[in-house]
Design a protein around this ligand. Structure first.
Ligand code: MYA
Length: 338
């Protein structure tokens, strides 16, 4: 769906304070790497992930999402009482119920007229959250929307390392669980509103989505374990991205070289290089956070957006493509004009 009256007021990210390097992961798994004759350190050499970050003990996904939400509201200078919808988009969650959004809503002291809920769609949920909020704003149902995300990967990183240390682990199992070692923690948030309330806001034009749910078995995760068919995911993900881009060309009128910044979901070096070569993109327009943060799921797109803005890379009027893809498979592409 396309929007004429929806703008972004602020976009922020919060990095966890602690670091786990891929050298450390290698050292802890050295016996398995050697026994399975894995050459080098694939986390660095193939995935391009040097480190990932994690929160202090006891910090829950809702706490991380709250930190980001508070920062976004402060940066937007918006009274929390005017927020009409809070959408939490985290894969990680404190409980099965209540929703993580309820916890964030209470932490931020949002009003009793502010609706809140979680949207779950693997790594794509933040863009889905923006799209839902955009529809409500465009219709004039609400004044301000807050989209939040808080991911915590420590538990799955640790349980995967412990499991892969078992002497019975085969090469097949190692490959199937490799992606879990690329996951990292992070948090991000965005305040969106209507153009008439914030004429200086940055236009969110909306976008297009495509699905290929016949591939819902390529990456399946639980709290303690995730299994991924990395090769098929890359192949089928790239095909779906191509299909979605074709729709974006028609609906949004995109021409790749007219896009000033291409903000893609951050998976790995293999995925980013493959995307750049298949789509013929100028690599300088594709900012990368995966080397330092790993794959932080839905937080990755708003985190990249906040980084390029904070580092002064974005000029007023720049065209920014947001390209998200999530296990399942679903893909969305949306445009922001800064
Ligand atoms: S789900 C999370 C997805 N995350 C990952 O897949 C983790 C990161 N993966 C990678 O970096 C690559 O897939 C790797 C393979 C490097 C693993 N374990 O030609 P190949 C080795 C360990 O098949 P590639 C999500 O985010 C092995 O030595 N090592 O390699 C949702 C092998 O040699 P051999 C492995 O497929 C969205 C060598 O690599 C593994 O190019 C995702 C070459 O093998 C393994 N599993 O890379 C959507 N596999 O075979 C994706 C191979 O001789 C679409 N090796 O042993 C992305 C679209 C981009 C963004 C677009 C936005 C719209």
């Amino acid at each position: 769906m396309l929007f004429e009256n929806v703008v972004i007021k602020s976009v922020v990210s919060v990095d966890p304070p602690n670091t786990m390097s891929s050298e450390e992961v290698y050292d802890r798994l050295e016996s398995t790497f050697k026994r399975l004759r894995v050459p080098g350190n694939p986390l660095i050499d193939l995935a391009g992930i040097q480190e990932r970050r994690y929160w202090d003990d006891g910090v829950q996904p809702s706490d991380a999402a709250t930190m980001a939400g508070r920062k976004a509201l402060q940066q937007a200078d918006v009274d929390p009482g005017r927020v009409g919808i809070l959408i939490n988009t985290s894969v990680s969650r404190d409980f099965l119920e209540p929703s993580t959004a309820c916890l964030v809503h209470n932490n931020l002291k949002l009003g009793n007229t502010c609706e809140s809920f979680d949207v779950g769609n693997a790594c794509l949920a933040f863009i889905n959250g923006m799209s839902i909020a955009g529809r409500m704003l465009e219709r004039g149902e609400i004044d301000y929307a807050l989209i939040v995300n808080g991911e915590s990967s420590r538990e799955i990183n640790e349980t995967t390392i412990r499991r892969l240390l078992e002497p019975s682990v085969t090469r097949k199992q190692f490959k199937g669980e490799f992606a879990s070692l690329t996951l990292g923690s992070g948090a991000a948030a965005m305040v969106m509103t209507r153009r008439e309330l914030e004429p200086e806001g940055h236009a969110y034009k909306g976008g297009v989505s495509r699905a290929a749910t016949q591939f819902n078995n390529l990456c399946r995760g639980w709290n303690h374990q995730m299994w991924t068919d990395t090769r098929s995911l890359l192949t089928e993900g790239m095909k779906l991205a191509n299909l979605t881009y074709t729709a974006a060309r028609t609906v949004l009128g995109w021409v790749m070289h007219d896009l000033d910044h291409i903000v893609i979901h951050q998976v790995s070096k293999a995925h980013t290089d493959s995307f750049i070569s298949k789509f013929g993109v100028d690599p300088a327009r594709v900012y990368r956070i995966f080397p330092k943060l790993g794959n932080i799921g839905p937080a990755s797109i708003p985190t990249v957006l906040s980084r390029i803005v904070d580092e002064g890379r974005v000029q007023r009027g720049d065209k920014i493509a947001l390209m998200g893809i999530g296990s399942g498979l679903n893909c969305s592409m949306a445009e922001v004009v800064w």
